[in-house]
Design a protein around this ligand. Structure first.
Ligand code: ADP
Ligand code: 5GP
Length: 195
């Protein structure tokens, strides 16, 4: 069954800018916007809040969520488990919401397979690898070993990114946000919803 809502799946290498872009768009206040809060076993960063940024859980709780079939998809990323709770998605789709996902490239395709008629796939690409590294280091949230692990995954992510419906090269943040909003408005218009 096709639902009224739209699932906007946004992926990029770590440091690509996806959380910044998603946060800005949601903060503009369209009442239809929702954020899919993932569960993760990684440690909370300073400034993050449980139930806002992620559901921070231990491995036992994560395994229990898998066993109960509560996750639409899950992946091991950078050595930690991350997964998307399915129940909020189904509810928000019924309600006609625009649901944003900040998930890795493999999780993105899993959501598309599960909700093929409702999913919009947008890949945020860095202008170049050095800029990506600088932004990741500049964010200051990861130790150098964690930065190294995140950069190791970039070639696979850039390769899988080629199969996304849309790619936005994130040079100027304002332009990237405008481009993502335009892509979403286009898809809503195609589906007969008010953009
Ligand atoms: P991701 O969520 O993809 O890991 P973030 O949104 O955290 O990436 O962005 C990584 C860092 O790069 C942040 O410090 C963010 O402020 C910065 N950033 C994002 N987009 C741009 C841009 N277009 N120009 C300069 N800095 C950016
Ligand atoms: P971070 O630790 O920087 O918050 O996220 C690391 C990576 O995990 C990012 O690429 C992020 O998009 C991805 N991620 C976050 N939540 C999920 C999820 O629920 N599923 C999948 N597959 N990836 C996720």
């Amino acid at each position: 069954m096709t639902h009224k809502g739209l699932l906007v799946v946004i992926s990029s290498p770590s440091g690509g800018g996806k959380s910044t872009i998603i946060r800005r768009i949601i903060s503009e206040g369209d009442p239809r916007c929702r954020y899919s809060i993932s569960a993760t076993t990684r440690a909370m960063r300073p400034g993050e809040k449980d139930g806002i940024d992620y559901w921070f859980v231990d491995e036992a709780a994560f395994t229990e969520m898998i066993r109960r079939d509560e996750l639409a998809e899950y992946e091991q990323v950078h050595g930690h488990l991350y997964g998307t709770p399915v129940r909020p998605i189904e509810k928000w789709l019924q309600e006609g919401c625009i649901v944003f996902f900040d998930i890795d490239v493999k999780g993105a395709f899993a959501i598309q397979r599960r909700f093929p008629d409702e999913t919009l796939m947008i890949f945020i690409a860095p202008p170049d690898l050095e800029t990506l590294r600088q932004r990741l280091v500049g964010r200051g949230t990861e130790a150098s070993e964690a930065v190294r692990i995140r950069l190791e995954r970039v070639p696979m992510e850039m390769e899988m990114g080629k199969a996304f419906e849309f790619t936005v090269i994130n040079r100027d943040l304002h332009r990237s946000i405008a481009r993502v909003k335009k892509i979403i408005a286009g898809r809503l218009a195609e589906r007969g919803a008010v953009a």
